[in-house]
Structures are given as C-alpha cells and as structure tokens.
Ligand binder design. Sequence first.
Ligand code: FAD
Ligand code: SF4
Ligand code: SF4
Length: 489
Amino acid sequence: MAGQKMLTFTAIGRDMPEKRPPNLRKADFDEIYAQYAAEKAEEQASRCSQCGVPYCQTHCPLHNNIPDWLRLTAEGRLQEAYEISQATNTFPEICGRICPQDRLCEGNCVIEQSGHGTVTIGSVEKYITDTAFEEGWVKPIRPHAERGESVGIIGAGPGGLAAADMLRRQGVQVTVYDRYDRGGGLLTYGIPGFKLEKDVVMKRMDQLADGGVQFVLNCNVGEDLSFDAIRGKHDAILIATGVYKTRDLPNSDADGIVNAIDYLTASNRKSFGDDVPEFDSGELNADGKRVVVIGGGDTAMDCVRTAVRQGAESVKCLYRRDRANMPGSQREVQNAEEEGVEFVWLSAPKGFAGDPSVTDVSDPGAFTGSVRGVVVDKMRLGAPDATGRQTPELIDGADYVEDANLVIKALGFEPEDLPALWGVEGLEVTRWGTIKADFGTGATSLEGVYAAGDIVRGASLVVWAIRDGRDAATAILDYLGQAADVAAE
Ligand code: FAD
Ligand code: SF4
Ligand code: SF4
C-alpha cells in the first residue's frame, strides 16, 4: 500500500500496535507492544494532517520533524523517514518506546484535539528505527577525520551517551566513565524490559564502542578515580550522573521494606542473567509476597508491574492523591490495572506495622524484625495550592493497616551532593542540589566542565537527557574550537 495519501484521519481510526494479552505478558519481561506491520505503519502515519504549525513538534523536547517523517512513512519512503528522524534524535527507537507521548508530542496533536484520536507518533518513530536497524541503514560512527582533543564524560546514561555519539562523530576522542558494569544508566538498570528490552540499549552501546568511544566501567568517580584526575586527562568534561538519592520515609528500614531503585536494578540484573544474591535470598524478589508499592510516579508503575511478573501473591499501589492527579502516565496505570495491580487512591503511609508485637497503628514504626503491613492514613483532596493542584488532607481516625510483607518505596529521587562527594571546589549547585548549568549549553561554573540530564534538571525524562547531551556536545565542540584557536595564537 505504498504511497498512502495524507489526512486520512476522518476515515481511518487511531490504532496502536497490538498489545499482548495480560496473562501472556505477565509471564515474562518482554515488551508488551508488538511491532507495526509495514502497511499498518503507513496507514497510521497517513492520518497526520501535515499541520502548518505542528504542535507535536513544538512539544517534542528534540523538536523532531514529525510531519515530514510521518509523510515519508505513509509514502513508503522509510529510509528517508529514518534519515530525517535520526537527524534530531540520537536514540529514536528508545524514545518511541518510552517517552510519555501523551504528555509530549501526541498530547498536542491537533487531530486529537478535534476528537479523532492522536496520530501514533511514538509507535511510528519506533517502527522507523527498528526497521532501519533490520535493513542496515543505521550508519556506524566513522568520523571523517580524527581530532586530537579529548572529552571525558561521567555517566553512561542517555545524556552522556547522546553527547558521546555527537562528539565522536566529529572525531573527538571520547571516554565515558561509569560506576556500573554496563552502560545505559537507567535505560539499563532502572527501566524494566517490558517497557524497553535490554538488547535495544545494548545495540546502541555496541555501536558507540565500535565507533571508537572508550568506556571505563566499574569506575565510581570520587572513589575509584577523582574528578580532578579525570579533569586533568581531558580537554573538557561532561557530568551526566543522574539522580540516585532516594527520598525516604522515617522508620522505614525494617526487613521487607526496600528502595525502588534497588528492587528494579536487581530485577534488571536478573534479566541479564547476572548473579544477584539479594534477589536469590528473597530480599528483592516479590515471588509469593503481598506487595505494597508507595508512590504514584513512573518508578512506582515499574515496580508494581515488575512485582506482578515476579509472581507476587497480590500487588497494591498506594498514592496520596487520586487517579486524575497522579504524576505517572495514565497509559502505564491502565497497563498495570490490566495486569492485576490494585490502586489504593487517597492513601498516604503513616508508618509500618511489624511482627510480632506491634498492632497499635498509633505507634507505627516502633518494631524490629520484618514488616507485616503499611499503616495507611486516608486522605481527601482539599483546596488547590499555588500550582493549582489539589492538596491532600488527612481524614482523622480513618487509618488502617494494609497487609504487606514486601514494601517498595518509590517516592522519587534527589541529587547526591557531588561537590562534597567529589571534593570539587567551585562547582556550583542549586538549592535543590542539582548542578547549576546553563540550560542551552550545559556550561557549569567551572571552565570546560559541562553538565546534562537529571543531574541538572532533577528527575526528568530520557528525551530531555538526550536533548541536554546533544546541546552540551554542541557547546563543547564550540569550546574546543575556541580553545584550539587560542592555542594557535
Ligand atoms: P542516568 O540514566 O541516571 O545515568 C547516569 C549514569 O551515571 C548512571 O549509569 C550512573 O551509574 C552513572 N554515575 C552516577 N554517579 C557516578 C559516579 N560517581 N561515577 C561514575 N558514574 C556515575 N523516563 C522516560 O522518559 N520514560 C520512562 O518510561 C521512564 N521510566 C523511568 C523508570 C524508572 C524506574 C526511573 C528511575 C526513571 C525513569 N525515567 C523515564 C527517567 C529517565 O530514566 C531519566 O530521566 C534518564 O535516564 C536520565 O538520564 P541521565 O543520563 O541524566 O542519567
Ligand atoms: Fe514524541 Fe518523544 Fe519521539 Fe519527541 S522523541 S516525537 S516526544 S516520542
Ligand atoms: Fe500531524 Fe498531529 Fe503533528 Fe499535526 S500535530 S503534524 S496532525 S502529528
């Protein structure tokens, strides 16, 4: 059906790629959406009305040229679609899978606003790049000429990798340092395989290594190697270390109460076939357990759905506001519900109940041993705050114990205190602890030192990390050029 005409949205409905039935997808960690067949991708791309002012593009952090690659896909000109798509996005197949499109490109598609259902932009983006890999259109990184300058990148997450890719394509010598044994950051160890299969990420790692990017893994900067030592080795530095300090609850260190990132990392490591003693001992394994996850963001959604797949007896998610006011993607909530997760809205943790002694919910947390439940305060939504969001208010005397023998805290992340951890003087941070950096270039208060991704924005999105990494790489190329000019004078 090559050569589809456009603007077919009044005749053709929105159709996502097929979703595997819950009973099948619960049995493994594979992605839940199938790939479009070529005809389906063409048909869905043809629904685009080719807006003169494409709001989808404006609301994509990378300003992807969405209407053009949709038109080329509809016309069956897939290789050209791929060329345009990859010109603005380093990892389109990853964004197509895990961007919260309902809040970004698709949420601003005009045909959605006219009641016809958004163009399935993310699924088409994924289809284009997956096909490009299959067809061998994804070019290896082969710089036209090698340059003498070198850049050290701390952090192999999407921010660091996007910068590494751009710099290396320009012939710069790039070394990426990461404390983990694999690159990819949260793409590898945070986000579960049912949203993003690991071979998708590893394929990009291989491409970067094959293109000459040097990886120094198992290297915790600040412990194994000092920041100053790295700075001394390179002409410029990019800090892209993400945010990993877990927001915590008081009295929450009993057995059976764990942090989301530890839980998800263990599960992802198992998917790689690694030896994970904390999983094998049961500490970070939900099999046969009554699981309660605390939090309403994307991390909480990943935890509940992981627990289902590990064979939990029951999985509940506690969130202090209601469904309409939760930060996590509605699409993920629906996926979780289909998989058997129960959401307990308007519920906040007051403390924890434990075995054997404490049953008094007015004194939560005062126990040793293993957790037996979460003491829950019931809430109602009160007046909107300054941001317009309704504030949860306590309902007196309505607390109760939610039965659980594995409690996962998914309350968000904060930056570590990098200047103190690394002993770096003059690296300025904001009052939230994120690195103070220019939003357009990533330039920090130290000369030749740039920063990108979550360590600048706070916990954010993959697509923003890619954008920051690309912006920082452009600025670093500029800086290296200027530095070379000065040296030549
Ligand atoms: P990271 O991906 O965190 O990478 C930072 C890297 O730096 C890590 O590899 C770390 O090991 C390394 N590092 C840190 N400190 C040091 C050090 N001292 N020395 C050496 N290396 C160091 N976003 C989406 O868009 N869609 C989603 O569906 C989504 N789901 C998510 C699910 C979970 C569970 C979590 C936690 C986040 C999710 N996000 C999602 C957010 C997204 O993953 C992040 O915004 C993004 O990964 C940030 O990229 P980054 O490169 O800044 O940092
Ligand atoms: Fe949409 Fe994300 Fe792709 Fe941009 S990168 S077009 S926001 S899916
Ligand atoms: Fe096409 Fe929707 Fe973007 Fe308009 S807003 S160009 S219809 S995808």
